[in-house]
Design a protein around this ligand. Structure first.
Ligand code: SF4
Ligand code: SF4
Length: 164
């Protein structure tokens, strides 16, 4: 009988200890982000979907189709072609297959023209088919300023800073 009562007391005590933790968290403010209504803040250097940057003023792609990014990409998920010669050479087609991309950022680091960035805060990449994760040049072409390693802030006098 004494053993039974002792076990009963020990069991009740352990339940109370467990409830203590539960009650403590019950009155602690929730840290859950109510996605998609709420979005977590992403620091500037968060790596997300690629964007091909444009020259401020002219709106032209900075990419000269030098192929450095495609050659360094460890998963070979970049394919591009160029058109034009000399200073006028630009990318004619540019594809990145995000089914393969491992977000290593090497393509950005190797680019000599600051022409591609992953500091885009575009991280919602859902698609119904794998083909939906292959992004082409029009999809990736910037329509406004995007920060890059060389230009983390918009150059002075060039309008509003990107809010994404
Ligand atoms: S982030 Fe890495 S894996 Fe993705 S496209 Fe760039 S180099 Fe390739
Ligand atoms: S994004 Fe940069 S590294 Fe890639 S082809 Fe264009 S200029 Fe070259």
């Amino acid at each position: 009988m004494r053993r039974y009562l002792r076990d009963l007391l020990l069991g009740s005590w352990s339940i109370l200890l467990a409830l203590k933790v539960t009650l403590r968290y019950l009155f602690t403010p929730a840290i859950t982000t109510q996605y998609p209504e709420e979005h977590r803040f992403q620091p500037l250097r968060t790596l997300n979907r690629h964007i091909l940057t444009i020259e401020e003023g002219t709106g032209k792609l900075k990419c000269t189709a030098c192929d450095a990014c495609a050659r360094i990409c460890p998963t070979r998920c970049i394919e591009l072609t160029g058109a034009g010669k000399g200073k006028d050479r630009r990318a004619a087609t540019f594809f990145i297959d995000h089914n393969l991309c491992m977000y290593c950022n090497l393509c950005v680091e190797v680019c000599p023209f600051d022409a591609i960035t992953m500091w885009t805060r575009i991280g919602e990449l859902g698609a119904y088919a794998r083909s939906g994760l292959v992004y082409d040049q029009p999809t990736m072409t910037a329509d406004r300023f995007y920060p890059t390693p060389m230009t983390p802030e918009r150059p002075q006098g060039a309008g509003k800073v990107a809010s994404a």
